[in-house]
Write a protein that binds this ligand. Structure first.
Ligand code: NAD
Ligand code: MG
Length: 386
């Protein structure tokens, strides 16, 4: 029987690549559900091609457009935030690819876990915001969370077959983004156009800015803590500009295992969908002579202050990573609208972390409230500057 896939965020960078994977393996997978926020045209095109049972468009005002286009194809159409969450309850779904960006992906991922769906997790913010709640829920429901993020997929692959062998530490590799090796003076003047040019990966805008500011790696450190049950001091970052080694596990005997390949998100997406099997692919292969040098550098956490802030939020725990994430989403969208400078982003995030009320053992509603309040606070702080 084919694996029935729901893709939440099918119109994004991960979503579209997942559909390419599914198209290559149409004998193994079928699309049950597609969702998008407001790109109705692409959602309609995808639905006509992949014939899901249902689609959800997040934006209510686009409902009639999507309905008129898909009704003749016998595809159910829903709209709105609640439908985005409820759609994962369907009995016909085997695996949910959580590929919505940001806090907006949290609710649907939680609902999918409650309905015992296997999760292929691209939406790292889910674990950053509510790692404890989400991993506890997954354990209680016997649900596997399979990482899609390339670094975490690498760690996951390195751990295969190791059973309970203890991990000494992990190294998350980071390309360093477009501003590797630059100084403070340079960073103070950069524009969004410069920040949107990532050297090795093509991704959605938010994660591309996060990669330039190194917040992406900070979020990934917190994601790794929850996925692999690690202590903060076991998680290291190493700059590796070629993005060939996707991450490394070091075991207690000192042995290190790394997972390598050309940078291509289709591979971790496919592995999460086909796990525990590996499927034959025609992805371009790595050639050693094209890369005579794989290099490594220390990360500069003082220049890329988001890294220190993310470690700080992780150490504090409670609602602090949620605050970090919410403030970051607010400053990234402000930066994309030219409302704030590149180096001001960590200033605003830090101020929010200092001002927000700390909640040690947050529940779901606390996360929702902390997210809302931290965004409001970030906007207020930025308005003072405008
Ligand atoms: P993207 O911006 O390209 O796509 C985001 C998707 O989410 C779109 O389909 C959009 O319609 C949907 N969406 C956005 N806001 C929404 C909302 N409020 N409600 C419902 N749906 C909404 O983003 P992306 O680059 O594909 O990233 C998706 C997730 O995967 C992020 O969490 C990102 O950190 C993670 N990730 C991405 C990559 C990558 O290579 N792109 C790599 C690793 C991890
Ligand atoms: Mg990554």
């Amino acid at each position: 029987m084919k694996k029935r896939v729901a893709i939440l965020g099918s119109t994004g960078s991960i979503g579209t690549q997942a559909l390419e994977v599914i198209k290559e393996h149409a004998d193994l997978f079928e699309v049950e559900v597609l969702t998008a926020h407001c790109n109705a045209d692409l959602l309609i095109k995808q639905a006509i091609e992949f014939q899901p049972n249902a689609v959800v468009i997040g934006s209510d005002k686009l409902y009639s457009k999507v309905f008129e286009a898909l009704n003749p194809h016998d595809i159910k159409v829903y709209a709105g935030e609640d439908s985005l969450t409820q759609i994962v309850e369907s009995d016909n779904i085997d695996i949910v690819l959580a590929a919505i960006v940001g806090f907006a992906g949290l609710k649907s991922t939680i609902r999918a876990i409650e309905y015992k769906k296997t999760i292929a997790l691209a939406n790292k913010e889910t674990l950053v915001v509510a790692g404890k709640l989400v991993t506890t829920l997954a354990r209680e429901n016997g649900v596997n969370i399979l990482p899609v993020d390339s670094e975490h997929s690498a760690i996951f692959q390195c751990l295969e077959g190791e059973f309970q062998n203890p991990v000494e530490k992990i190294y998350l590799t980071a390309s360093g983004g477009p501003f590797r090796g630059k100084d403070k003076e340079f960073l103070s003047k950069i524009t969004k156009e410069q920040a949107l040019k990532h050297p090795n990966w093509e991704m959605g805008k938010k994660i591309t800015i996060d990669s330039a500011s190194m917040m992406n790696k900070g979020l990934e450190v917190i994601e790794a803590k929850w996925l692999f049950g690690l202590k903060p001091e076991q998680i290291n970052i190493i700059i590796h500009p070629q993005s060939i080694i996707h991450s490394i596990v070091q075991f207690e005997d000192g042995s290190m295992k790394a997972q390598m390949g050309l940078p291509d998100m289709k591979l971790p997406v496919q592995y999460a969908l086909s796990y525990p099997y590996r499927l034959k692919s025609n992805f371009p292969r790595f050639n050693f002579v094209d890369y005579p040098e794989l290099t490594f550098e220390k990360v500069d956490k003082d220049l890329f202050r988001n890294l220190n802030l993310a470690y700080e939020a992780m150490l504090q725990g409670g609602n602090m990573p949620c605050v970090l994430n919410a403030a970051n989403e607010a400053v990234v969208y402000a930066f994309l609208r030219d409302k704030i400078g590149f180096l001001e982003m960590p200033d605003v995030i830090e101020a929010c972390m200092q001002k927000m009320q700390f909640i040690k053992e947050p529940g779901f509603d606390d996360y929702v409230n902390s997210d809302k309040e931290a965004r409001r606070m970030a906007l207020e702080i930025m308005n003072y500057k405008l």
